[in-house]
Design a protein around this ligand. Structure first.
Ligand SMILES: Cc1cc2nc3c(=O)[nH]c(=O)nc-3n(C[C@H](O)[C@H](O)[C@H](O)COP(=O)(O)OP(=O)(O)OC[C@H]3O[C@@H](n4cnc5c(N)ncnc54)[C@H](O)[C@@H]3O)c2cc1C
Length: 463
């Protein structure tokens, strides 16, 4: 009788999960576990999602005869102890493709090997192995378009069905004390999330199907925050409730210009992981060292106004309030709020990135870092620093009727379309909303450009 352990991480699904398929093929019985290591790491939107996603996965597993055990502790201790106590031959995982997590997997594989247990890692989270795609001179790509051109031919996919039955064995004796469950946030600040989201594999698949019906409109409407034109698959992809390959294959089957655009966006996710793997320091360091010399502003009151949607700039405030309420923000608005923080307010991108990591249900180290460094101008293939998004022009262009602003800023609901994007211009700012932007748009832009001009040019550039 061969026994294996399946350790779920960010692959919270049964279908199209190569690691799980391999585990089922390799053993007569499995022990299915999730190790909750972040119990003391504070409350985040992602954790609120995780709680429901694990409930959904547990129910799906139970339907096919298995059982998921959620255990508390450090995985580096829990997994080898479980393997030893259960007499498991192997521990199966999907690769995470985050440098720190991958280094830990390597340490764990070595520790397990000393006890005669194999660690089997399978791909599935990404469609591109970051190490496999290199330029002609064997260096990593720094620009998205050539990366996509090189990577995309390798994105082949044979969808895998979910296992029909799961034969599971129970926790070895003495291990029951590790069982835990993730507590609901207290107070229930996450309640707005569940008006728009349902975590879990089944809902991820349904969201994909609903999106495919609107795929033709995606290229034309994906920048309009008032329209539900994008897939909203990001939290499902982050937690692995659906594989990127499944989304790719479905879009390819559907075809058309919408499919090409959507696949390119999936490509940005691949690129973000690629950059993270080749430049692991980019999560904390400016990719472009010139940005180290910028005199960033440290202003808690400004940061607080930005976080809570009180800057006096309607599109920025609407975005930050959507983020707080839904745990998600439209991509166009993410760019605008990030630009306002880093350029107009002169606050370093890491402050915004860390707020996003706490408040987004799709908070993802790779995607978030790439997004912030891109907007700030400090990243790989970044927007040029002198590109300062004008939040009023963006608002007029992408939300001309102010529907998005009215949804999130009740104070401005009564303003007409000509006033709502920049209420201070006509003296229309209603009581209860800042009378003018915390940083004037023209002054903030000029100061941002001066700030960069003042930063000394480093003698050499890295990377
Ligand atoms: C400052 C900033 C921070 C961001 N932080 C995150 C984050 O923490 N987590 C996250 O998943 N995305 C992040 N993004 C990227 C992007 O905003 C979201 O992926 C997108 O809004 C999710 O909505 P969607 O699923 O409807 O996207 P769709 O347009 O339907 O795209 C499909 C999928 O492609 C991927 N994708 C799309 N755009 C990007 C992009 N620019 N970079 C990387 N992947 C992309 C996502 O996985 C997305 O779910 C950030 C962008 C910016 C500008």
């Amino acid at each position: 009788m061969s026994r294996g352990i399946y350790w779920f991480r960010r692959d919270l699904r049964l279908a199209d999960n190569p690691a799980l398929e391999r585990a089922c093929r390799s053993h007569d019985e499995l022990l299915l576990v999730y190790v909750d290591e972040a119990r003391d790491a504070g409350v985040t939107a992602g954790r609120a999602w995780l709680r429901r996603s694990l409930d959904s996965l547990s129910a799906d597993i139970a339907r096919i005869g298995g059982r998921l055990h959620v255990l508390a502790g450090s995985a580096e201790r829990v997994i080898p102890a479980l393997a030893g106590a259960a007499g498991a031959e192997a521990v199966h995982v999907s690769a995470l493709h985050e440098p720190a997590a991958d280094a830990r997997d390597l340490r764990m594989a070595q520790a397990l090997a000393r006890d005669g247990v194999a660690m089997r890692r399978s791909a599935g989270r990404l469609m591109t192995e970051p190490e496999m795609v290199l330029s002609k001179v064997s260096t990593p790509y720094r620009v998205f378009t050539p990366f996509l051109k090189a990577a995309r031919p390798g994105w082949r996919h044979r969808p895998r069905a979910a296992p029909e039955r799961l034969a599971c064995f129970g926790l070895p004796s003495g291990m029951q004390r590790l069982q835990t469950s993730i507590a609901a946030p207290e107070p229930d600040w996450d309640r707005g999330f569940w008006e728009v989201w349902t975590p879990g594999e089944r809902h991820a698949q349904q969201r994909l199907e609903r999106f495919l019906e609107r795929l033709d409109a995606y290229p034309g409407e994906r920048d309009c925050p008032a329209v539900e034109a994008t897939s909203r698959l990001s939290p499902h992809l982050h937690f692995g409730e659906i594989s990127p390959a499944r989304a790719l294959e479905a879009a390819q089957r559907r075809g058309g210009p919408g499919a090409d655009k959507f696949i390119a966006e999936l490509g940005w996710r691949e690129f973000a992981y690629y950059v993270l793997n080749h430049w692991p320091d980019s999560t904390t360091e400016n990719f472009n060292p010139r940005f180290d010399g910028i005199d960033w502003r440290h202003d808690e009151a400004w940061l607080d106004a930005w976080r809570h949607g009180r800057t006096g700039v309607p599109l920025v405030d609407a975005g930050m309030r959507q983020l707080w309420h839904e745990g998600w923000m439209h991509n166009r608005v993410r760019m605008v709020v990030a630009s306002y923080l880093t350029k107009h307010m002169g606050i370093h991108w890491s402050s915004g990135a860390s707020w996003f990591m706490h408040t987004l249900v799709d908070a993802d180290l790779a995607n978030n870092t790439l997004g912030w460094q891109w907007v700030a101008g400090s990243g790989v293939d970044a927007a040029p620093y002198h590109r300062v998004f004008n939040p009023v022009a963006q608002s007029r262009r992408f939300d001309p009727a102010g529907a998005y602003l009215r949804r999130w800023l009740p104070e401005l609901r009564r303003l007409d379309d000509s006033e709502i994007h920049a209420p201070w211009e006509t003296g229309a700012s209603p009581h209860g909303y800042p009378a003018r932007p915390i940083v004037d748009l023209a002054t903030g832009r000029a100061e941002a450009l001066e700030r960069l001009a003042r930063a000394p040019k480093p003698a050499t550039t890295t990377g």
